[in-house]
Design a protein around this ligand. Sequence first.
Ligand code: SF4
Ligand code: SF4
Ligand code: SF4
Length: 210
Amino acid sequence: MIDRKEFMRRSGHALGLAALTAATARILAKPSDDAEFIAQNRRFAWQIDPERCTSCGLCETTCIRKPSAVKALNDPKKCSNCVVCYGHITDSKIDSDKIDTEGERVCPVDAVVRKNFSGGIDGLFLYSNNSKLCVGCGKCTKRCNEHGSKSMFLVIRPDLCLGCNECTIANACPENAIERIPRESVDDYRGDYLFDSLDRFDFYDMEEGA
Ligand code: SF4
Ligand code: SF4
Ligand code: SF4
């Protein structure tokens, strides 16, 4: 990997050579692409607009990373801390004492974590999403947004995203919900989750040993 200055020096030198071949030109062109990629990656990041996202499932399958760089988060400021969480369990009528043992999980990889906050089977519960397991399928976020307090949402994790020049999810998204935003602190959800951020992810990932 070379920086722009070094690339220009090498390019100038190369152009002075009469015997420069087309193959050499192609080789020299590659660092230029790389340098451009790095510059964009520093200044911009891909992120999801939660107002547009419908949790359609394409974030899991169209990201070039496997598993996807997209993960679910639960905002504790919005969560109602329900006994039965729509993003956690499919049957909202289930008895409280059967939730942990018999409740059918919404998440295919059981990444939605439920913790008792106040004691007792009908108290307050904290819900978080284990990002080490989460594959970004959006099943929990869809149910929370359709039936619950809309506190769960999907983000592109900046530490996992490769900053592709063209985000394959952005190209596939039916809601046009993915946009490239400046990599600077902004006073909204995106600034919070993007750039202040990895400590916050640790806070949100409340599972043991995260
Ligand atoms: S592809 Fe678009 S609508 Fe579908 S889950 Fe991703 S951001 Fe949401
Ligand atoms: S349901 Fe899907 S988006 Fe939600 S935590 Fe599980 S894997 Fe992640
Ligand atoms: S930019 Fe690339 S790595 Fe990042 S979310 Fe889009 S496809 Fe995935």
